[in-house]
Design a protein around this ligand. Structure first.
Ligand code: AMP
Length: 283
């Protein structure tokens, strides 16, 4: 496994686009990330993982400084998973000082939901992903459905800029009780970790209501909020949206249009998100 820290080395080591799949991450690798690596293995001869805690997607006061950076463990996990190349750049490599800032945005999708609660977040994500894609030049890049809005934004960015890459959505990996794996789960105290399952329970409740024929999105949204509050989770949002456009829906009818239930909430200052797609083929 090759570990590179500069753009030139990463590009050289990646090889021809059709042979390489990229898995962009911020490190602190868990089973969710490793499932993306396994999918990448199926899709290309060579797998590249990027590990970069991207300052551009953290607002002042968010957890950039305390975000976990266990790079030795991460490299060992990548090696064990058969990764060919790890690109682990410094901030100076990704954002050379003194160079004018470039902004990439998908305004129709980035001002809502996560974008409303974390202003500037998606601009930071688009900026780093666009750079990573043009440095490594993979034929395919794997992204988790765990970050559903991010996945949709990146798909729209890649399509809108005609980037020669296929964006591969990968299913959410969960802990045995249903909590979605996340690097931020490590911040949870024992008690908050027990309550955190409330996010998944809220999604299961939404699925049950919709399965029973509930078509009013407001009723399902309120049920999800209640389920979260029952687990001491402070609700940022609980929303039912069109699974493709993330637009609001007047009626829930997943047989006609797939919908996505999206949640964000806080437990002891730790912000967690989750989602579930209902209807369609999961995307
Ligand atoms: P992050 O390191 O949190 O930026 O995540 C890197 C990639 O891993 C993103 O595409 C995430 O959507 C994906 N990811 C994070 N958690 C999970 C999970 N539990 N299951 C599947 N993919 C995930």
């Amino acid at each position: 496994m090759q570990v590179t820290r500069t753009m030139e080395e990463a590009r050289r080591a990646a090889g021809p686009p059709e042979s390489v799949a990229l898995v962009p991450t911020m490190g602190a690798l868990h089973e969710g990330h490793l499932s993306l690596v396994r999918r990448a293995r199926e899709l290309a001869d060579r797998v590249a993982v990027s590990i970069f805690v991207n300052p551009a997607q953290f607002a002042p006061g968010e957890d950039f400084d305390r975000y976990p950076r266990p790079i030795d463990d991460d490299l060992a996990r990548c090696e064990a998973a058969g990764v060919d190349l790890v690109f682990h750049p410094t901030s100076e490599v990704m954002y050379p000082p003194g160079k004018p800032e470039v902004v990439v945005d998908v305004p129709a999708m980035t001002g809502i939901l996560e974008g409303e609660h974390r202003p500037g977040f998606f601009i930071g994500v688009c900026r780093v992903v666009a750079k990573l894609l043009s440095i490594v030049r993979p034929g395919v890049a794997c992204f988790g459905m765990k970050d559903y809005q991010q996945l949709r934004v990146i798909e729209a960015m890649a399509a809108g800029l005609c980037l020669p890459v296929r964006i591969e959505p990968c299913p959410t990996v969960r802990e045995p009780d249903g909590l979605a794996c996340s690097s931020r789960n490590a911040y949870l105290s024992g008690e908050d970790r027990r309550h955190a399952v409330g996010l998944y329970k809220a999604l299961v409740e939404a699925e049950r209501l919709i399965g029973d024929g509930q078509m009013d999105p407001c009723i399902v949204e309120e049920a999800m909020s209640q389920a979260m509050r029952a687990h001491q989770i402070e609700v940022d949002y609980a929303a039912i949206r069109d699974a493709r456009t993330l637009g609001e829906v007047d009626m829930v009818n997943p047989r006609l249009e797939p919908i996505v239930c999206l949640l964000a909430g806080r437990l002891g200052g730790v912000r967690l998100i989750d989602n579930m797609v209902i209807g369609g083929r999961g995307t």
